[in-house]
Design a binder for this molecule. Structure first.
Ligand SMILES: Cc1cc2nc3c(=O)[nH]c(=O)nc-3n(C[C@H](O)[C@H](O)[C@H](O)COP(=O)(O)OP(=O)(O)OC[C@H]3O[C@@H](n4cnc5c(N)ncnc54)[C@H](O)[C@@H]3O)c2cc1C
Length: 568
């Protein structure tokens, strides 16, 4: 076992990169030399030895990455990852296949990659400046650093004596917008330094106190205070200014619209109720978005899109829900209302998305992305091969998810609060489920708890008829409790379906067509007001489709703003 760490002088706080190979540890150590300043490079020659290395790490030293050859002398590589995962569920795992075995080992190991058993299947680095290999390694380390490690660089410093609700909400907001921060106790050296700048000595501030890299510290009374200090208030826009376009909602759909509209010269304002990124921003890993073969965390995707939109000139205001939309008549601009001021624009894109009803069980909501999934089951289903999984919900989406999951899982159990599915699911789905030997239905059930080592392993289910509780092994939990459209701010002139989703194009009832024609594809019943992404009735509810619609709406906005003159 080799270590490059200077641990003799004290505790090494560099995270560990563990390189596992029977014969090529020296080669790998040399190739990973460029990381030696920031990471403690360790080696092992077998699966068993890799376990010993991990168990011997001093408390507090983290394992960031394991890189193993595709063949180990004592056990299968996937077994090695499985064992290591028990000790360190969060480390990133890479297979670096030897060039001579790349193809044959790929056949054996790639299915495990699709199921999320490890993070990347790479070819061993080919000597100096194999930047392709190191790009993959850097991406994985960056992802690990952003989601697991305490930040080394502090962009924002927070002072608070407790983890009260407001401090947690501020931290959550900063996490979601990708601002590295640490919380300091008021009595710590950093805490005292910041408080002295706030009040002078002896002051008695309200907590939390936030200090931004480019400003003075301030006491925070709501998350919005932090949002304002970063992005400003909508009423900072000149009252006489009319933007070309205001986009409400900065999830993938709104962000794509911002990038394409601003890059094509439209004066674009984006209003976001919470943090940029929407639902996608809360996903720990999006694996099916085009162009990211190793997946990308929703937060990083959102950050990149936001930076791209800002670069083209989009003005963002976050922490401001649109509270209303006044339709402009006879050429007057539309007005989007927020508590921080109104924004006037010639065109509006509604991109306010949906949220999934939450289970409300803290232990389970804390494991979203680690065996617990809200909404679509398509991607995660492959990871469920051979597992016993549970679907909660009695609607058609729950039925479809159960059928899809049964192609992979050993068993699928649908848990519903009602005695059966007859009142909530279409009969064709009920019939299909009845003929599927892998799916069973349990009525009068609710999930009350769950847990596992870094990933969901069990749930506790209550029989609501007698209060009896049972603990069940669970490889996955899919919560399809219904999507709620974010549309309370949308005026009645914009037609919606009975569930509140905005109707566009040919889905608009013919009674609302103009001159016998339906609105354009992504246009609503009000000229100049468009809808994209999950809020749109009939949308696909995926990141790619939402961002595709965000891009596709821009030519329609151009056409609306500059109508082609009718030939005389
Ligand atoms: C945990 C999770 C994991 C997922 N994983 C995947 C995946 O792996 N692959 C995939 O393809 N899809 C995935 N999805 C689905 C995907 O994230 C959504 O389909 C996509 O985010 C929809 O984008 P959107 O922009 O239409 O809406 P949203 O992402 O819902 O964004 C809407 C935004 O509008 C804001 N908003 C709402 N009301 C207002 C208002 N009044 N004023 C201002 N702003 C407002 C919201 O705060 C939000 O930021 C996942 C969803 C979740 C919840």
């Amino acid at each position: 076992m080799v270590s490059t760490s200077p641990t003799d002088e004290g505790v090494d706080d560099r995270p560990v990169i563990l390189l596992v190979s029977e014969e090529n540890t020296d080669y790998l150590l040399d190739e990973f030399g460029r990381y030696a300043r920031d990471y403690d490079l360790r080696t092992a020659h077998s699966g068993a030895e890799s376990g010993q290395v991990v168990k011997s790490l001093p408390p507090g030293q983290q394992l960031a990455l394991v890189v193993t050859e595709s063949v180990l002398p004592d056990m299968e590589v996937l077994e090695t990852f499985h064992r290591l995962r028990k000790y360190v569920p969060t480390c990133r795992r890479v297979v670096a296949a030897h060039w001579s075995r790349f193809r044959e080992d790929a056949e054996r190991l790639r299915p495990g990659l699709a199921k999320g058993k490890y993070d990347a299947y790479l070819l061993m680095p080919r000597g100096q400046r194999d930047e392709e290999f190191h790009t993959a390694i850097c991406e994985l380390l960056s992802d690990w650093n952003q989601t697991v490690a305490a930040p080394v660089v502090e962009t924002i410093r927070v002072v608070s004596p407790t983890s009260d609700g407001l401090t947690l909400a501020v931290r959550d907001f900063l996490d979601r917008i990708g601002m590295p921060h640490l919380v300091h106790h008021p009595d710590s050296e950093v805490g005292r330094e910041i408080l002295a700048k706030l009040n002078g000595p002896g002051g008695d501030p309200t907590y939390p106190v936030v200090e931004q890299w480019n400003g003075d510290p301030y006491s925070v009374t709501s998350v919005r205070d932090v949002a304002i200090s970063i992005y400003g208030r909508p009423d900072q826009i000149d009252v006489d200014r009319v933007a070309d376009l205001v986009i409400v909602g900065a999830g993938p759909a709104g962000l794509a619209a911002s990038v394409y509209a601003a890059s094509e010269g439209l004066g674009t304002v984006s209003i976001e109720a919470e943090a940029i990124g929407g639902q996608a921003g809360t996903s720990s890993m999006i694996r099916n978005y085009l162009g990211f073969p190793r997946g990308i965390s929703g937060m990083r995707l959102a950050q990149r899109a936001r930076n791209q939109a800002i670069r083209f000139g989009t003005r963002f205001f976050t922490g401001w829900p649109a509270t209303g939309l006044e339709v402009g008549r006879d050429g007057a601009p539309h007005v989007v209302r927020t508590e921080g001021g109104d924004v006037r624009a010639r065109a509006v894109v509604i991109a306010s998305g949906v949220s999934y009803r939450r289970l409300g069980v803290e232990a389970i909501d804390g494991m979203v992305g680690s065996g617990v999934n809200y909404g679509a089951a398509m991607t995660a289903a492959r990871e469920m091969e051979g597992a016993d999984v549970f679907v909660v919900g009695g609607g058609n989406s729950a039925g479809q998810a159960a059928i899809h999951l049964s192609r992979f899982a050993r068993s699928v159990t649908i848990l519903v609060r009602r005695p059966d599915l007859s009142a909530t699911m279409s009969s064709y789905l009920i019939g299909e489920i009845a003929f599927n030997p892998r799916i069973s239905i349990e009525g009068c059930r609710r999930v009350i708890d769950g847990g596992g080592e870094g990933r969901l392993e069990w749930i506790e289910v209550e029989d609501t008829t007698n209060g009896q509780r049972t603990r069940r092994e669970a490889g996955g939990l899919f919560l399809l409790l219904g999507a709620i459209a974010h549309c309370d701010w949308v005026p009645h002139e914009v037609a919606r379906d009975p569930n509140g989703f905005v109707l566009t194009g040919r889905d608009v009832p013919s009674t609302a067509w103009r001159d016998g024609l339906p609105p354009e594809n992504l246009e609503t019943t009000v000229p100049g007001i468009f809808a994209v992404g999950d809020i749109r009735a009939g949308s696909m509810k995926r990141v790619a489709s939402a961002s595709g619609e965000g891009a596709s709406v821009v030519p329609l906005i151009h056409a609306w703003l500059e109508p082609v003159p009718t030939p005389v």
